[in-house]
Design a binder for this molecule. Structure first.
Ligand code: SF4
Ligand code: SF4
Length: 239
């Protein structure tokens, strides 16, 4: 690999980590680097994500086992990728992990994240059907990625946030908890509703599945059940 070459994304994408963004650590805002722990010996931060159904299919094909099958699978993919593509390069996975990495801030810098009324990120291509899967400190010298806004021409009028051009905003009216009925998103309403016996959102988010943007990338039933069962367990554990 020559210095400042692009990140070799083919193996990652084939394994389901089909969104990648390379940051030079020196160019990141100090409040972000402060969350990463010791960064000595590392030059870059690699943000990995998935869009659509591909990652879930890969996790299932790999057996889908482990405490958290997606996190465990992604850690293996990252380890295999470094071993095959970057032997000898140091790296450390900081997310998933014990430190609170500001994923949406990184996603905003990468051009992946625009806020929706229900606070999940959205972009014009994937809609809300993407997620952050790994953040990796690395002793690499790849060419830093361009933010999506600047890298693609097909950003619609009104900028890269599809919500700016969505006049009906059906996600707001369909929410059975009325979590967006007043100004802003009231998390308590969503959480309290999800815990009720008659909740229609135990294993889904009606607002999210109603959004038409990127609907061809919408997760399948199993993937939705996995994601929302996990978040419901977190809610029930901590509230
Ligand atoms: S339905 Fe409209 S306002 Fe709601 S998330 Fe989708 S694009 Fe945004
Ligand atoms: S999970 Fe249900 S209650 Fe919460 S925002 Fe989505 S639609 Fe509303």
């Amino acid at each position: 690999m020559s210095e400042r070459s692009p990140l070799p994304d083919g193996p990652l994408a084939a394994a389901g980590l089909n969104r990648q963004h390379v940051f030079d650590l020196a160019a990141l805002p100090a409040e972000i680097t402060a969350t990463l722990g010791a960064t000595a010996g590392f030059r870059q931060l690699i943000l990995l994500g998935h869009g659509g159904k591909r990652l879930w299919e890969c996790v299932q094909a790999a057996g889908g086992a482990g405490g958290d099958p997606i996190d465990d699978y992604c850690a293996r993919v990252v380890a295999d990728w470094f071993a095959a593509e970057l032997p000898g390069r140091r790296y450390r996975i900081v997310y998933p992990g014990s430190v609170p990495v500001p994923l949406q801030q990184l996603g905003t810098l990468a051009g992946w994240h625009q806020p929706t009324p229900f606070m999940v990120g959205i972009d014009p291509h994937w809609g809300t059907w993407y997620a952050y899967r790994a953040v990796v400190l690395a002793d690499t010298g790849f060419c830093p990625s361009e933010a999506v806004d600047r890298a693609h021409e097909e950003v619609p009028l009104g900028g890269s946030n599809p919500c700016a051009n969505c006049l009906e905003k059906p996600c707001i009216s369909v929410c059975p908890a009325g979590a967006m009925a007043s100004s802003g998103f009231v998390l308590e309403r969503c959480v309290d509703y999800r815990k009720t016996g008659q909740s229609q959102c135990k294993h889904t988010c009606l607002a999210r599945i109603t959004c038409p943007v990127g609907s061809e990338h919408r997760y399948g039933d199993e993937q939705m059940r996995h994601a929302y069962s996990h978040s419901l367990r977190m809610i029930e554990r901590h509230r």
